[in-house]
Write a protein that binds this ligand. Structure first.
Ligand SMILES: *Cc1c(COP(=O)(O)O)cnc(C)c1O
Length: 463
């Protein structure tokens, strides 16, 4: 009992077995096999340990999900208890389990008032598959079956299933597997630093939202079912839209009767200093996808909050909705979700991010703007992005083949920090339990890694 399997084999031994059998997600298999994966064996609070005993500050919360930090006993105990009592039962056979019902009730409480119903999935990608099925079904039921098209954005991330990757706007993903599927189109992202700097952020936000209206008019609004977006684009590089963007998107969706879908897989459950990103940015979505932070990643769970406008039609006119997953409402996942939300409430994590740690991270990032490598640094709640540039004065980027972001990421890894590189944008999303002192610790680590990267850049003659 309780034998720690991680210490039963050496790092090299784990790496060899990993390379021999495990195809990792979003990975160049051959190149990883050559290097050997880093084997993570333990977590506590905001820290991880690898199989060589190195401590690492996990400033990515696993993969944007471990919001309450590692080792929260309430979540662990709840899962163990539920596994003993009833590890699984489905919700297909006109049956339900108490954890699924409780979580549905609690989600209705913490989400904006238009949300009283939830459809559970096992992940964020599956949640977005549900969104596609549901919005098209909704318009069918209303006698407007021609409303099929879903508008999304370039460089968006909505998951990796056929529908998720199609909704997403990642060119490299579309290039593999014949994507996007029909009926999904993309507009430009609201990336002020990259394309909008000749305007004020406020003016650019309105301008960028206008691309949605242009697209609707080009397609014919009567053919468009929905618009989907992340409040802040996460995997795309923590791209924070100007405050004027979402209210204008809302106005355009309202004007043409198009449904608004907020993909809250990252922004939900406190990440922005509000319960949901749509509340931070002032939109009123008809559907919200969630996953990641709903269980703080302790077990997989996702779903879609279904606004009353849609729920009413599906319930009163829909008949059977021919869609669902074996794990829709999985009792162990749901019980962890319930405990996780209660913990967020008890620890007042949303308020802490809004009033204390979010502003502290913002101040830290404002000070990083003076660094010679940093063209731009911005935050939203507990998310941050640092744009590395060749020339601060005009924002000229490094040639992408230099992979300066990867150089920086290497220094982070080597110095006990997980900070992710999206091209030359360095991003963080630390756990929401991160304390003010730990934000300062993060600041020291980031500054050190930027300095080391700058030293490399100069030594290589890249500036
Ligand atoms: C991670 C993510 C997804 C996909 O979630 P999975 O659980 O990996 O399927 C969808 N949308 C956003 C915004 C995400 O960040």
């Amino acid at each position: 009992m309780n034998a720690d399997i991680s210490s039963s084999r050496s790092t090299r031994d784990w790496q060899a077995a990993d390379a021999a059998h495990f195809l990792h997600p979003f990975t160049d298999f051959q190149s990883l096999a050559r290097k050997g994966a880093r084997i993570i064996t333990r977590g506590e609070n905001v820290y991880l340990w690898d199989s060589d005993g190195h401590r690492i500050f996990d400033a990515m919360s696993g993969l944007w999900c471990v919001n309450v930090g590692y080792g929260q006993q309430a979540l662990i105990d709840a899962a163990a208890r539920q596994m003993q009592q009833l590890p699984f039962y489905n919700a297909f056979f006109q049956t339900a389990t108490p954890p699924a019902i409780q979580l549905a009730e609690l989600l209705a409480e913490v989400t904006p008032p238009q949300f009283q119903h939830v459809f559970f999935s096992g992940s964020g990608s599956e949640g977005n598959d549900t969104v596609v099925r549901m919005v098209r079904r909704y318009w069918d039921l209303l006698g407007q079956p021609e409303r099929q098209v879903i508008v999304s954005r370039k460089n968006a991330y909505h998951g990796s299933t056929m529908a998720g990757a199609s909704l997403g706007g990642m060119a490299a993903m579309h290039a593999q597997g014949g994507l996007p599927i029909p009926g999904i189109v993309h507009i430009e992202q609201p990336h002020w630093y990259q394309v909008g700097r000749e305007m004020t952020p406020e003016a650019f936000g309105v301008h960028a939202a206008g691309w949605l209206e242009e697209k609707l008019l080009e397609l014919g609004p009567e053919k468009v079912a929905a618009f989907i977006g992340e409040p802040v684009q996460g995997a795309g590089g923590v791209i924070v839209p100007p405050d004027s963007y979402w209210p204008e998107i809302q106005r355009i969706c309202d004007k043409y009767g198009v449904l608004l879908v907020s993909d809250e897989v990252i922004c939900g459950f406190g990440r922005t200093g509000h319960w949901f990103g749509c509340e931070r940015f002032g939109s009123r979505p008809d559907l919200m996808t969630f996953a990641k932070g709903v269980t703080s990643g302790y077990v997989p769970l996702g779903g879609v909050m279904v606004g009353e406008r849609i729920a009413k039609v599906l319930i009163e006119q829909g008949g059977e909705f021919e869609h669902g997953y074996t794990y829709s409402g999985h009792p162990v996942a749901c019980v962890v979700g319930v405990e996780n939300i209660r913990l967020i409430q008890q620890l007042k994590l949303v308020e802490r991010v809004r009033d204390e740690t979010g502003p502290r991270l913002a101040k830290l990032y404002a000070s990083l703007r003076d660094h010679p490598l940093v063209g731009h640094a911005e935050t939203c709640g507990l998310m941050g992005a640092i744009q590395l540039v060749k020339d601060k004065s005009d924002g000229t980027l490094f040639p992408s083949e230099l992979e300066v972001g990867m150089v920086c990421r290497g220094h982070c890894f080597g110095n006990g920090l997980i900070m992710r590189a999206v091209g030359d944008r360095m991003i963080v999303a630390p756990p929401l339990v991160t304390t003010a002192e730990q934000i300062d610790e993060l600041g020291r680590l980031i500054a050190m890694c930027l300095d080391k990267t700058w030293a490399d850049v100069k030594a290589n003659g890249w500036v």
